[in-house]
Design a protein around this ligand. Structure first.
Ligand SMILES: Nc1nc2c(ncn2[C@@H]2O[C@H](COP(=O)(O)OP(=O)(O)OP(=O)(O)O)[C@@H](O)[C@H]2O)c(=O)[nH]1
Length: 365
């Protein structure tokens, strides 16, 4: 039984948290559903207790609130009503606040009813966020003051000591202020985390040295290109570029110059590609180029041109001139090969280009 309840609650937590792209809304929906269920059970139990002690007016308000809260819980759990999520949340809140107003008006059991209003500030902020939460809390404070201080106790069916009234208003307002501060801090931290997440995600997909997409970033772009090509019935070509004898550059000139050469070739390649092409740093001295909407036949002259471009663009440092050449293998998309197979086949062609003398462009097959 325990395992079943845990499984069901995990399932719904997942469903509720995934229902909006903005996690803040999903979080509010999740909390509202959770409070709906808990609130409904508590008010139902208190309703039964009120019947037992002959407080029928209070029992009716508690049962009505319990029913509305349970209804809001069911509606919030159902995916069918995601569109009405806000309306349902406000229905639950109105039910809860009306019960609060009734408890202040009637005093509940032995004038202890107003004690329950201390749960409202945090519930309101959790349901509605900071801005709307502040407004609703202020409105409820105003209702509290109205009920307590209208001349001749017009809205009261019980008597509270004067000191109790003022302390109730003061302590409730303090709770609202503290909850508002907490909510603002929580919301700011959430926004900061969200910004950092976007920043880290972007940074994790960019190569620090060349500022090109790295392997991780490129994989994402490749998957998108593959999906797009399939749906639009187009083909693309993938080409793997590998610098020839790059180890010699490092050995002769050092790693720092090696890094500068990598930057230099990435700049030359970036300038040489078409606007729609996507170049990435695939590994150490290896670059992967995506040529969208281009078949193998069309790709060959473009790749040849780039090979020549690099060959001619010598890298100059003081008195040193370093000539760089690339071996390039490429593969055209087809129905029978997956994305990773395409990369593998382009790699196989690159290997052949290396084996057969380097500084050349070879197609798969
Ligand atoms: N400076 C620098 N060197 C790197 C970087 N990443 C990889 N390398 C170097 O690239 C070299 C690759 O060497 P190999 O795999 O033997 O290939 P190669 O010397 O280019 O020879 P072939 O590929 O067979 O033509 C190694 O010396 C690596 O240290 C980097 O980010 N910066």
């Amino acid at each position: 039984m325990k395992g079943f309840i845990i499984r069901v609650s995990r399932h719904y937590r997942r469903v509720l948290l995934q229902s909006f792209s903005d996690k803040e809304y999903s979080y509010q929906r999740y909390l509202a559903a959770f409070f709906g269920l808990i609130g409904s059970v508590i008010s139902f139990a208190m309703g039964i207790n009120s019947i037992l002690i002959d407080l029928f007016g209070l029992a009716i308000s508690l049962f009505a609130t319990s029913l509305l809260l349970f209804l809001s819980f069911l509606l919030l759990m159902s995916d069918k009503y995601v569109r009405y999520h806000n309306g349902i949340k406000y229905m639950a809140l109105v039910a809860l606040l009306s019960l609060g107003a009734y408890l202040i008006h009637s005093g509940g059991v032995d004038n202890s009813g107003p004690l329950w209003i201390y749960i409202f500030p945090s519930v309101i902020f959790a349901f509605c966020g900071f801005k709307i939460g502040i407004m609703i809390n202020v409105v409820f404070c105003a209702i509290l003051i109205l009920i307590l201080y209208t001349p001749d106790n017009y809205f009261l069916s019980t008597l509270y000591p004067v000191a109790f009234k003022s302390r109730l208003v003061l302590s409730f307002s303090t709770t609202v202020a503290l909850s508002a501060f907490y909510e603002a801090t929580r919301h700011n931290s959430y926004l900061k985390m969200k910004r950092l997440k976007v920043k880290f995600e972007q940074e994790s997909q960019i190569d620090e040295l060349t500022h090109l997409p790295n392997r991780r970033g490129m994989r994402k772009k490749l998957r998108e290109a593959y999906r797009k090509a399939i749906t639009s019935n187009q083909v693309f070509t993938l080409a793997v570029f590998d610098i020839d004898h790059f180890k010699n550059v490092n050995d002769c000139f050092g790693h720092e110059i090696g890094d500068e050469v990598l930057k230099h070739v990435s700049d030359v390649l970036s300038d040489g590609i078409r606007e729609q092409d996507i170049l990435s740093r695939w590994g150490g001295e290896e670059f992967l180029l995506l040529l969208p909407n281009t078949n193998g036949e069309e790709a060959f002259p473009l790749l040849e041109e780039m090979r020549k471009l690099i060959e001619k663009s010598h890298y100059h440092k003081a008195n040193e001139v370093i000539t760089i050449t690339f071996s390039i293998g490429y593969c055209e998309m087809s129905d029978t090969v997956s994305l990773s197979e395409m990369i593998h086949l382009a790699d196989v062609s690159l290997y052949k280009a290396k084996q057969t003398g380097r500084n050349k462009v070879l197609a798969h097959g």
